[in-house]
Design a protein around this ligand. Structure first.
Ligand code: ATP
Ligand code: MG
Length: 339
């Protein structure tokens, strides 16, 4: 039946973004009388609920909930599953599948860098997710970034937080708060933007995950070499001096993205195919930038598109969380589950 506010019990907070807080909750129906003890053990019966605070009139609220019904028809291995949406207590609530590996920004905090063969799998999943949204729902994503790409222990990689509801997009602040932006130059300039903008965001996210650092302003060649010399596989979670780079203020950052040369990957540390894909995604001019179809035929995509199993991603996630556990000895922050 329909999901209601009263059916949900909050368990813990998963994270906060600009729009609201993501809670992990369980439903009474899932877990019968023993939910209290059981929910600590049965991770699968827990699902995150994203609550978005909005000060809008009931009519607008209803329209948003209506528009979000599209999510019920989203059915793709590359898109997070949705269980229902409803409005309650001035919040729009979106209930979705729990991804126990968390988002790629969380993972990046644990591992420092994501290896190229995993980024290959991520590229395949994101491009397939984007093409699913375009082919089946005629929408673009609008917010591709590491925190909106989720993974689980089965090695699945899925997109969340895409712009299905025009009214929700209008009602939430579309500005960004913080020190980084994944928005394309054309979007930052206030020009008309479309799906090509998602391609830019994918490119920038991939560079960040490959280097382990938000790439604007770009690190010097020497910095990168030093980093890869000390730790070729990015296995260490913290390196001295790694975080010491200039953080630009929002305005400087936007100016940089619009006016300076786009970031790229160092040929020395990544395959030519990967470097080429990044260059094509990060063209400032939309007419030069690769479109979805071109990327779906790119050699880097093809290299990782052929294997259908998720085993290497699944093993990698397991390693990430094992290492995290041995390093911190702190299970509270461990989303992966019990040891
Ligand atoms: P923004 O609001 O700018 O999009 P964000 O993506 O970090 O930033 P949220 O979308 O509110 O913010 O998500 C907060 C955090 O909750 C994410 O970073 C992610 O780690 C976690 N999260 C969100 N959805 C899920 C999910 N389905 N499964 C597991 N964790 C999730
Ligand atoms: Mg998000």
């Amino acid at each position: 039946g329909e999901l209601k506010h009263d059916d949900l019990v909050n368990i813990c907070e998963l994270g906060q973004g600009n729009g609201g807080i993501v809670w992990k909750y369980c439903t009474f129906t899932n877990i019968d009388d023993h939910w209290c003890t059981w929910c600590q053990w049965f991770w699968n019966s827990l699902s995150p609920k994203k609550g978005i605070y909005l000060e809008v009139k009931p009519a607008v609220e209803n329209q948003i909930v209506r528009e979000l019904k599209v999510l019920d028809r989203c059915n793709s291995p590359y898109i997070v599953g949705f269980y229902g949406t409803f409005a309650a207590e001035g919040q729009i609530n979106i209930c979705m599948e729990y991804m126990d590996g968390g988002s790629l920004d969380l993972i990046l905090k644990k591992v420092m860098r994501i290896p190229e063969h995993i980024l290959g799998k991520i590229t395949v999943a994101v491009l397939r997710g984007l093409s699913y949204l375009r082919e089946h729902h005629r929408i673009m994503h609008r917010d591709i970034k590491p925190s909106n790409i989720l993974v689980n222990h089965q090695g699945e990689i899925k997109l969340c937080d895409f712009g299905v509801s025009a009214q929700l997009i209008n009602s939430t602040l579309q500005t960004f708060i913080g020190t980084r932006s994944y928005m394309s130059p054309e979007r930052l300039e206030g020009a008309h933007y479309g799906i090509m903008s998602d391609i830019w965001s994918l490119g920038l996210s991939l560079v960040e995950m490959a280097l382990g650092r938000y790439p604007i302003p770009p690190p010097s060649i020497e910095d990168i070499d030093r980093l890869f010399d000390v730790d070729p596989y990015g296995n260490q979670s913290r390196l001295e001096g790694y975080g010491c780079y200039k953080v630009l203020a929002i305005f400087e950052l936007m100016e940089w993205i619009v006016n300076e040369a786009p970031p790229s990957l160092p040929q020395k540390h990544f395959s030519p195919e990967f470097c080429d894909l990044i260059d094509r995604c990060l063209k400032k001019s939309t007419t030069e930038r690769a479109d979805l179809n071109t990327l779906l035929h790119h050699p880097f995509y093809k290299r990782y598109a052929t294997e259908s199993d998720n085993q290497d991603v699944s093993l990698w996630i397991e390693q990430v969380y094992q290492k995290d556990q041995s390093l911190t000895n702190d299970n509270n922050n461990n989303q992966y589950g019990r040891s």
